[in-house]
Design a protein around this ligand. Structure first.
Ligand SMILES: [Zn+2]
Length: 427
């Protein structure tokens, strides 16, 4: 697809203006779509079914015309059209590896140069490089994660130890013996290793060389990251991606939101209308990787995020998204904003005098109202007025819309195992 002619170096990409980047991505998208339409029958079928000619997409602004490819649909495509669902642009025997993701979905090993350029950029921008020795604990069998990070790290000059998951005691020994400086894996598994190391009598700060860990894969990991940084002096990074399209966004040293990696197009849409979200809204992340081997055009993730408008002080000019706010299905849309239990949980947890709290969305007239119902641990000695104000403020900041009222209810009113947000609107 002529990637050699049109691909730019990362140094150029990271600093280009918003307008230049848009023009560059528009061009690459046009090439990708023309190529995918010719080489991937399932992509052609999707365009034809929607009645859209591939030449009708002149850039990112036209993506909206195309249907979103959902995970369920991906599973059906693989089931109905084996072996590769008509989604891969090369024959099976030209693939270096095939992964088996739940579904089963047979994700091809990514072989396009722009895919690897994106991933090498991502690990370098997070701060990993030549001096690092990293244990990679993502799975090396079935799913793509282990090999994907392994290859990206090696290409970035890092020495990789392919540990995979499990073998906690051995992980500790390897970390100690090989003076490991970095870790890739889930937050939960990282904490298992740290706990095991302490049980084995190690002092994390003194006996290990760990300096930087990429512990993604879980939402709401904030308190654990804080602990890792403060107690053990280890810097943490988060990154975002999916098994099918690979990594999409990363945190730089500023740790304020996630940069969209180069060579990938991210849209955030209102899942109810399909339109792009506005400045103060959030919505579903839809991904189009510039990947000529596996061109999943408009892959709907079901993940919820918003945009960050301000330029990042690190100097990279790429668009930035918030860390994940949750899954679209669990969220309740209120006055244009999706409110997710994951946003409410840490806000509620800041008030030890509260035993249970629940957000309730109602619509008495033509406007959604957000009420917080609160059960206190004890009634005595609590300044309800002050607590209402503080709680409203903290929750409003977390969900980015104003809380209308706080109601104190008798203990036992909110059931055990309650949802953190309920939709009681009647239309
Ligand atoms: Zn930055």
């Amino acid at each position: 697809m002529g990637t050699k002619k049109t691909a730019l170096s990362i140094e150029v990409l990271e600093k280009m203006s918003a307008g230049e980047r848009r023009k560059y991505l528009d061009g690459r998208l046009k090439e990708l779509i023309a190529y995918a339409y010719k080489k991937a029958p399932a992509i052609k079928a999707r365009f034809d079914k929607a009645g859209i000619s591939p030449t009708a997409v002149s850039g990112i602004k036209d993506l909206e015309k195309l249907p979103i490819l959902r995970k369920d649909e991906l599973i059906d495509l693989y089931k109905n059209n084996p072996p590769l669902a008509g989604l891969v642009t090369v024959p099976l025997e030209d693939l270096e590896r095939v992964y088996v993701s739940p579904g089963p979905i047979y994700d091809p090993h990514h072989q396009s140069e722009s895919f690897w350029q994106r991933h090498v950029q991502l690990v370098r921008a997070m701060g990993f490089g030549k001096r690092d020795v990293v244990i990679n604990t993502w799975a090396y069998h079935l799913v793509p994660a282990g090999h994907m990070f392994d290859e990206a790290l090696r290409r970035a000059g890092v020495t990789v130890i392919p540990m995979g998951v499990g073998n906690t005691e051995l992980q500790v020994q390897v970390m100690h013996h090989l003076k490991v400086t970095g870790f890739f894996g889930s937050t939960g598994f990282f904490m298992n290793i740290i706990t095991k190391a302490e049980e084995m009598g190690f002092d994390i700060r003194k006996d290990f060389n760990l300096r930087l860990v990429c512990i993604g894969g879980e939402m709401g990991g904030g308190p654990i990251r804080k602990l890792v940084e403060e107690k053990y002096g280890i810097v943490t990074r988060d990154a975002y991606g999916t098994a099918d399209v690979g990594m999409v966004a990363y945190e730089c040293s500023e740790k304020n939101g996630m940069h969209i990696a180069e060579n990938v197009i991210v849209e955030i849409i209102n899942p109810e209308t399909g339109e792009p979200i506005g400045k103060d809204e959030n919505g579903e992340v839809v991904i189009t990787p510039i990947d000529e081997i596996y061109p999943l055009i408009r892959f709907g993730t079901g993940d919820l995020a918003g945009w960050i408008e301000e330029r990042c002080p690190c100097g990279r000019t790429s668009l930035r998204m918030t860390r994940l706010l949750g899954r679209v299905g669990d969220a309740v849309r209120t006055r244009g904003m999706f409110i997710h239990p994951r946003q409410l949980e840490p806000a509620f947890a800041r008030f030890p005098e509260i035993s249970k709290c629940q957000a309730v969305v109602t619509r008495p007239g033509h406007r959604d109202e957000l009420t917080l119902r609160v059960e206190l641990k004890v009634d005595e000695g609590v300044d309800k007025e002050k607590l209402s104000q503080q709680l409203s403020q903290v929750v409003s900041d977390a969900v980015r819309i104003k809380v209308d009222r706080v109601e104190f209810v008798a203990r036992g009113t909110i059931p055990e195992g309650h949802k953190l947000i309920v939709d009681q609107r009647v239309y």
